[in-house]
Design a protein around this ligand. Structure first.
Ligand code: GDP
Ligand code: IMO
Ligand code: MG
Length: 445
């Protein structure tokens, strides 16, 4: 694709990242799907099957957890980077589901250095959650996909298994035996730590996935050396980032743009644009503070209209007003060049929209986020009231056609965060997107 053909006017010859700025489910999958055709590869660099990215193409709805969204665009390579933790059972299920729907998965590759999520990781995740409750502590409300324990084993080094190990049957049997010996000390002699069974299962996964397990770092550098560009697909989100999120109510990886270099082997100097995706309101799944959470019928209405039920676990999502204090913090952490505001259509019909512009803490007002679970739990939101808008906006494709109050709402988000809006999503479908030409030089399509 020539530079002239590139939509959205994003810096040419440069790669792009799509990352979540809130607590996940911002519509990253949809944005990646909209932008993937402009790139040679789509790369997941963090997280695992805790992610759930939904894409709507015409009447078809797809939900992927591990497979990058790029698989839906013919000719685009889809790469699971070294920073992802891979549950091979889940991966094979997704591959077979997508293939049965006619999706071409020939471009799907997996880093040999990505770590394997084992059945004992999922057991350990569940046990930790249950023990936390018994101890009187809140559980984190994890997806129980084994994410934390898998990353912990990666850091432990002994007893860890990588996708590349699956290519050598003897090696993987040895690695599984070593891992199970360690795990039995903590979890007991349970089916999830049965080395003989798990070893043979991994040998079989290796046989089936053999052609897809590659050195993805060289693959990506070859694409860049040939003048190509890469779209990085963030999973989870900034406020769930293990370092910068609302710890301990967070996930176990660097779930913002800071994870790209470590999780793919591509230096950030190659990433020209960082698109921070934020819903026009807030949602959160699982435990942890959420200052703007709504417990009334306004929240219920947003949940229903926005179909706010988890893609991965089906749990109802907690819903609240947009939190600009959190958003500005997240935008800064990522080096966000453009905001993508999604699900704006869901707010239509509300007379008043509230935006959180500060936190009250110990009698004082601050505009600084508190990236620590217990501290953030003590703040009270300070709101600014804005006029609502009504009508069906899902067919609108230019910013100027949006109701004036919706434009003012977007302007407030952008001015508070100090970041231009590049895209506005007004419905789940691929075509329901506004490229904001007048704000970021994006060529409207
Ligand atoms: P992700 O994890 O960030 O990819 O987001 P999810 O796919 O988990 O959740 C976003 C949900 O919102 C999905 O059901 C999407 O189909 C849907 N969606 C995305 N953008 C829009 C939008 O602009 N309007 C509406 N109504 N739904 C949207
Ligand atoms: P996408 O990519 C929403 C949340 C979980 C839990 C916490 C830790 O779809 O936006 P984990 O299983 O990662 O140890 O759970 O993080 N969480 C997500 N919430 N969307 C996600 O991903 C999430 N990934 C993790 O609900 O609170
Ligand atoms: Mg999701």
């Amino acid at each position: 694709m020539s530079d002239q053909e590139r939509a959205c006017g994003l810096p040419t010859g440069k790669s792009v990242a799509v990352v979540g700025l809130q607590w996940g489910d911002e519509g990253k999958g949809k944005l990646v799907d909209v932008l993937a055709g402009e790139h040679d590869a789509v790369v997941r660099f963090n997280g695992g099957a805790n992610a759930g990215h939904s894409i709507v193409v015409g009447d078809e709805r797809y939900a992927v957890h591990l497979v990058p969204v790029g698989v839906l665009i013919p000719g685009v390579k889809s790469i699971i980077g070294n920073g992802v933790v891979v549950d091979p059972e889940q991966l094979l299920k997704e591959i077979s589901d997508l293939e049965s729907r006619g999706v071409d998965l020939s471009g799907l590759m997996i880093s040999s250095r990505a770590h394997v999520v084992m059945p004992y990781h999922k057991l350990e995740d569940a046990v930790r959650e249950e023990l936390a409750c018994e101890g009187g502590e809140n559980s984190i409300g994890t997806t129980r996909r084994g994410i934390g324990p898998a990353y912990a084993d990666k850091a432990q080094r002994r007893g860890a298994i990588r996708m590349g190990d699956l290519l050598d049957a003897d090696l993987v049997r040895r690695r599984v035996a070593e891992a199970c010996r360690l795990k039995q000390r903590f979890l007991g002699n349970v089916p999830e730590t049965d080395a003989a069974v798990l070893g043979e299962r991994l040998v079989e996964y290796g046989r089936v996935l053999r052609d897809r397990i590659v050195d993805s770092t060289y693959l990506l550098h070859d694409i860049l050396d040939d003048g190509g560009s890469i779209l990085f697909e963030g999973a989870n989100a900034t406020l769930l980032d293990v370092d910068h999120g609302t710890y301990p109510y967070a996930t176990a990886s660097n779930a913002c743009a800071l994870g790209i270099a470590a999780g793919s082997g591509v230096p950030m100097s190659n990433v020209g644009s960082i698109i921070g995706v934020a819903k026009a309101y807030s949602t959160r799944v699982g435990a942890g503070p959420m200052p703007t959470e709504l417990f009334d019928e306004i929240g219920d209405g947003i949940r229903t209209r926005g179909r706010e039920f988890g893609t991965t676990t089906g749990r109802p999502r907690r819903v609240g007003w947009i939190d600009l204090v959190a958003l500005r913090y997240a935008a800064a952490i990522n080096g966000t060049t453009h905001l993508a505001i999604t699900l704006l259509d869901v707010l239509a019909g509300l007379d008043e929209l509230k935006v959180c512009i500060g936190y009250r803490l110990n009698g004082e007002i601050t505009e600084r986020f508190l990236p620590d679970g217990p501290s953030l739990g003590r703040v009270e939101p300070v709101y600014e009231s804005m006029e609502g808008f009504s009508g069906d906006i899902s067919g609108i494709r230019t910013l100027s056609e949006l109701p004036a109050a919706a434009q003012a709402y977007l302007d407030r988000i952008s001015s508070y965060c100090g970041v231009p809006i590049g895209l506005v999503s007004v419905g789940p479908e691929r075509s329901q997107i506004i490229h904001v030409s007048e704000r970021c030089g994006c060529a409207a399509r």
